[in-house]
Design a protein around this ligand. Structure first.
Ligand SMILES: [Zn+2]
Length: 243
């Protein structure tokens, strides 16, 4: 048996059982293995890791663990003041774009309303999701850790919260999305971009009561659907201001 000690930092602890969180613990290995396989065997998807120190030296995912090492693992979004280290994640995207797993339809619609480019296909299987993420440089959002272990996926995030209302705040914090929010940026149905249009242009398409009550309207460039600020949007805006 090979033995080593390892510690995970910050939100990577979300993936560990309680007795292994925020502390160093011992791990036994039957045979030498890559540090990527070691980390994932402990339940942490590699896409969430940005920096691995083995005996104080930064290493890549394929670094071979042979026993006796002391390993520290840091997350993507933790700002660490160490220069000259080997960051494992690609540079952050200039403007984040997403592809969402099939069980996150609600989240996709909300993110689109906040202006984020979100691919969502109800029938997409794991292979398709990984491929879209890698080919189009999109962050893969899922609650399925197995999916994030695929080698092809280099940008991904495991959504921790199961409560839809808490998922948006979680993403804003963890992925630092706030500065990108553009309310009424995209169509929640088809992901097309929305343009604000003068009220006269939509007079026949909006129920009279809404037409009287609201003065700003948007139209989807792709599916032509017209939107106005219903109560659910006011709710989002209130929440954003609250931050
Ligand atoms: Zn649309």
């Amino acid at each position: 048996m090979l033995e080593l000690t390892i510690r995970f930092y910050e939100e990577l602890n979300d993936f560990l059982p309680r007795d292994r969180r925020k502390r160093e613990f011992r791990v036994e290995l039957r045979q030498p293995s890559s540090v990527k396989d070691l980390i994932e065997s402990l339940g942490v998807p590699h896409v969430e890791v940005d920096l691995i120190l083995v005996d104080g030296r930064s290493v890549g995912f394929d670094h071979l663990i042979e026993g006796g090492e002391r390993i520290s693992v840091y997350p993507v979004f933790e700002s660490i003041d160490i220069t000259e280290v080997q960051h494992l994640r690609p540079r952050p995207l200039r403007k984040p774009r997403f592809v969402l797993d099939v069980h996150l339809g609600w989240l996709a619609r909300r993110l689109r309303l906040l202006g984020f480019d979100c691919l969502y296909e109800r029938e997409a299987d794991d292979r398709r999701l990984a491929e879209l993420s890698s080919r189009q440089d999109r962050i893969l959002l899922t609650r399925d850790r197995g999916l994030l272990k695929r080698k092809q996926v280099t940008r991904g995030y495991c959504v921790r919260s199961t409560d839809p209302a808490e998922q948006i705040p979680e993403l804003m914090d963890r992925l630092e999305l706030r500065r990108w929010v553009r309310p009424f940026g995209r169509c929640p149905v088809c992901n097309g971009e929305l343009d604000e249009v003068p009220a006269e242009q939509v007079a026949g398409e909006v129920p009279p009561e809404s037409y009287r009550h609201f003065d700003r309207f948007w139209r989807c460039r792709d599916c032509q659907q017209v939107y106005w600020k219903g109560s659910h949007v006011e709710e989002i805006e209130e929440w954003l201001e609250g931050l």
